[in-house]
Structures are given as structure tokens and as C-alpha cells.
Design a protein around this ligand. Sequence first.
Ligand code: NAP
Length: 224
Amino acid sequence: MLRPYVIIVSEVTLDGKLTLYRGASSKELMSFMTKDVYKYLHGIRAQVDGIMVGCETVRTDDPSLTVRYVEGKNPTRIIPCSTANVPFNANIFSKDAPTIIVTTQRAPEERVKKIQELGAEIIISGEDLVDFQELLPLLYKRGIRTLMVEGGASINWEFIRLGFIDELRLIHLPVVVGGENVPTLVGGEGFKSLKKIIHFEITKHFIIDNFLITEWKVKTLPKY
Ligand SMILES: NC(=O)c1ccc[n+]([C@@H]2O[C@H](COP(=O)([O-])OP(=O)(O)OC[C@H]3O[C@@H](n4cnc5c(N)ncnc54)[C@H](OP(=O)(O)O)[C@@H]3O)[C@@H](O)[C@H]2O)c1
């Protein structure tokens, strides 16, 4: 199957969390990231064709998903959202970059129409949740050859579960937040089996200010 090269990029605390508490915007935790760390993050955005975050991240964080700390072209924003339930004033509808809302047959017609009026494109894929097995080849065909996935936990799991991942790049936030129900890098059901887990090989590690950056390549995909 031809699909985009997928890089999952995330800011994670030392205890693996994505945010301060369930429902909190990760922007709070990211607020102490330095300019040079943002440059690293935006440098990746500038090199990819597409950038994806889950619908819940749009609702809680309201990210722009544009390139601002370095020079470069904004990637196409791709948002999986099964009922097209995105705030119409969300930053992802800014005119700085193309936006695709990927939704399902469950999306109400009036929301789809309103999103199209805002200038975003709609792709229908899947019946209940967005079907990534159908979506990824479609994105590839449309010229999205590299895709940066910026979370959250549920979307990361979906890519990991399906084995649609080539690289993982982590910005380790030098803090511990604790909390059992706080979203971690990867959510979902979990593999629950040593045979299925994904193995990674470290390709790079370096420090920017007090932030450790690690880059990983997939070594072995899950066996089904
Ligand atoms: N630190 C970081 O780098 C970082 C990055 C991103 C997010 N975050 C944090 O992560 C949290 C959000 O993570 P999350 O796991 O709750 O949500 P998420 O992964 O951002 O989005 C999940 C949502 O996507 C939609 N969806 C559509 N098709 C799907 C599919 N096939 N599989 C899974 N989801 C699908 C569903 O919403 P619908 O039911 O509406 O379709 C689902 O609830 C926030 O607190 C945010 O701040 C942190």
C-alpha cells in the first residue's frame, strides 16, 4: 500500500504525559518551551507536506499548525473528525494554509456545508470513525508524501496500531506532572502482547537548552 511517510512528533513530559490533566490544553505545558525548541518543531513542519492532529486536540488546544519560528511553507492541515465537530472559529480555518477535514458518513450535512464555506475541504472516509487505511493512500495520491502527526494520544494510537509509522521524534519536557488518567504519548487499547509491540531504533539525540530531543526509526512493526 502506498502511503505517506509518517513522522509522529510530540512534546512529552518525563513521565510520558502529553498535557497537565485530561481535558487541559497542552499549550499550558508548552508555554515554557524556548524559542530554539519551537524552531526545531517548526523546522519539521516546514519539511512535510501534511500535518495532522486529532479533532479533540483542535477542540482543546486550538492549534494553528503553521510554520512560524523558521522560514518555510505551511503544510496542509488534515484533521480527522468523525462528526465534523470542529469549532467554526478554530485557528485551523485560517487562510495561511489549506485545511482538510476528514469526516465520516455520520457528519451532519449542515456542518459539512459550513466547513466548506469556511474554505476547508471535506473528505468522507469511514462509517463510524475515520478510516486511516482508506485515507492514507488517498492522501499519498494527492501528493502528501510526508505526514507529520502531532497527536493527541488517540490519533497516535491509531497510527501505531495500524503500523502506519516510520519515525517518532520526541521533545522531552523536563518536568513530571503525574496523574493516572492524563493522556500519554499513545492511548487506545494498547497491544497487550510482546509479539505485537513496535520496536524502535534511536537515530539521533541532542539537547536544546534543557530539552532532550530524541529521534527514532521503526525497527520492527507489530506481527498480526
Ligand atoms: N504534547 C503534545 O505534543 C500534544 C499534541 C497533541 C495533543 N495533545 C493533547 O492531547 C489531548 C488530546 O488527545 P486525545 O487523545 O484526547 O484526542 P486526539 O487524538 O487529539 O483526537 C481524538 C479524536 O479524533 C477523532 N477521530 C476521528 N477518527 C478517529 C480514529 N479513527 N481514531 C481515533 N480518533 C478519531 C475523535 O473525535 P470525534 O469523535 O469528534 O471524531 C477522537 O475523539 C489534549 O489534552 C491535547 O492538549 C498534546
